[in-house]
Each structure stands twice: as structure tokens, then as C-alpha cells.
Design a protein around this ligand. Structure first.
Ligand code: HQG
Length: 178
């Protein structure tokens, strides 16, 4: 499959699994899982295409599991905008985490901190290059903020790590941003 088709299909799968399952006639369980067969039918794609997207995904956005009864399910590892319980366990973060964003957002972020907006959590990156890539999605100049995650954890903020390595927290007050 060519790269363009792979990306386009990945975006449709992300839309179906993270944001608008009902639009595709899908009803995820509370953990955000849908049957692989249902997803293939809903998006009218074949299994090799799905496998190529899951395996070829630069960020490992999608996870596939197989139940004891052999039924396969798929979900997005993070990034949902509808209520979903990812079942993640809180864990101690690394001392520093990073957030890449557009320079235009900087004043607002310095004033009110990082908010989760339409997503479940604020997304933080484990390293600067990853944060830079996240910020660059918007086009225009990128700023990478450093989050004092050690101090946040000390002060009682909870952190989760998604299956694909994105760090999640509810909000980052401005005092922890540099
Ligand atoms: C900004 C992609 C003004 C925040 C990425 C960001 C990530 C504020 C935007 C994942 C603000 C929200 C998430 C404040 C936060 N004032 N702007 N107080 N607080 N913001 O897309 O972190 O490709 O919801 O800086 O790789 O950019 O979808 O979050 O620019 O992991 O798998 O509000 O999305 O993953 O934007 O990206 P987003 P994000 P996928």
C-alpha cells in the first residue's frame, strides 16, 4: 500500500475509534474496544489493509487484542474525545516531560497552564524531538515546553502512560512549566 493510502486509512480508523464511532455504526465497549470484524465492515476495508495500518503506524496508535474465546478487538491507545476508560494505572513519571505546541498558544498557556481541551488528558512527550513533532502538526513556529513532572508528582498530580508511550495528566498548572 502506498504511504498516502496508509495515512488516509489510518485517519479514518482514528476517527471511528477515537471520535465518532456512532457515525460508522460502531458501539465501543467501555474500554473503547470494537470487534475487528465490525471495524472492517464499517470502514469497508480488508484485513491486510488493517494489519498494514496497525503495523505501519508511526506512533502505534492502535492496539489489537484477542479474547479467550478468540474474538479480536481493536482500540486506539489514546486520544479519544468520547468518554472511555482506558484502564491505565497511574505511574510515576520521568523527572521531566515535554509539550510541543504552536508559538501562538504560548501566552495563554503561560497564563492558565496546559488544559486538556477536547481530549481526555493533556498529552506530554517523553523527549524533545517527539514534542517538536507534535507541535509541528499545526504548521508555523513550534515551542517545546518543559514540564517539571517530578514536582507535579510530588504535589499529588497523577500521571498515566498510554500503551504507545504518551504521558497523560489532567492539567499542568503554569508553575510547573519552563
Ligand atoms: C494547546 C497527536 C492555549 C496545546 C499528538 C495543543 C499528541 C492550549 C492544543 C496528541 C492551552 C490541543 C495530542 C491553553 C493547551 N491555551 N492553548 N491554556 N492548553 N493548549 O491536538 O497535545 O496524531 O488536543 O498546546 O501526537 O497537540 O492524534 O493536543 O496545541 O500525542 O495520535 O491546545 O495528538 O497524536 O491540541 O496532541 P490537541 P496535542 P495523534
Amino acid at each position: 500500500m502506498d504511504h498516502h493510502t496508509l495515512v488516509r486509512t489510518s485517519k479514518r480508523i482514528a476517527l471511528a475509534l477515537r471520535h465518532r464511532p456512532a457515525r460508522f455504526g460502531l458501539a465501543p465497549d467501555p474500554g473503547g474496544w470494537v470487534g475487528v470484524t465490525d471495524l472492517l465492515a464499517a470502514l469497508r476495508i480488508d484485513r491486510p489493509t488493517l494489519d498494514a495500518v496497525v503495523a505501519g503506524n508511526d506512533k502505534q496508535r492502535f492496539a489489537v487484542t484477542r479474547d479467550a474465546d478468540g474474538v479480536e478487538r481493536i482500540r486506539a491507545s489514546q486520544g479519544h474525545s468520547y468518554p472511555v476508560d482506558l484502564g491505565l494505572t497511574a505511574q510515576p513519571p520521568p523527572a521531566r516531560l515535554y509539550h510541543g505546541t504552536g508559538a501562538a498558544a504560548l501566552d495563554s498557556i503561560r497564563a492558565t497552564g496546559l488544559n486538556r481541551g477536547g481530549r481526555h488528558h493533556v498529552h506530554l512527550s517523553p523527549d524533545v524531538p517527539t514534542a517538536r513533532r507534535v507541535g509541528a502538526r499545526r504548521g508555523g513556529p513550534v515551542v517545546v515546553l518543559t514540564v517539571d513532572a517530578a514536582a507535579m508528582a510530588r504535589d499529588g498530580h497523577t500521571f498515566y502512560r498510554s500503551a504507545n508511550g504518551v504521558w497523560l495528566t489532567d492539567a499542568v498548572p503554569p508553575a510547573y512549566l519552563a
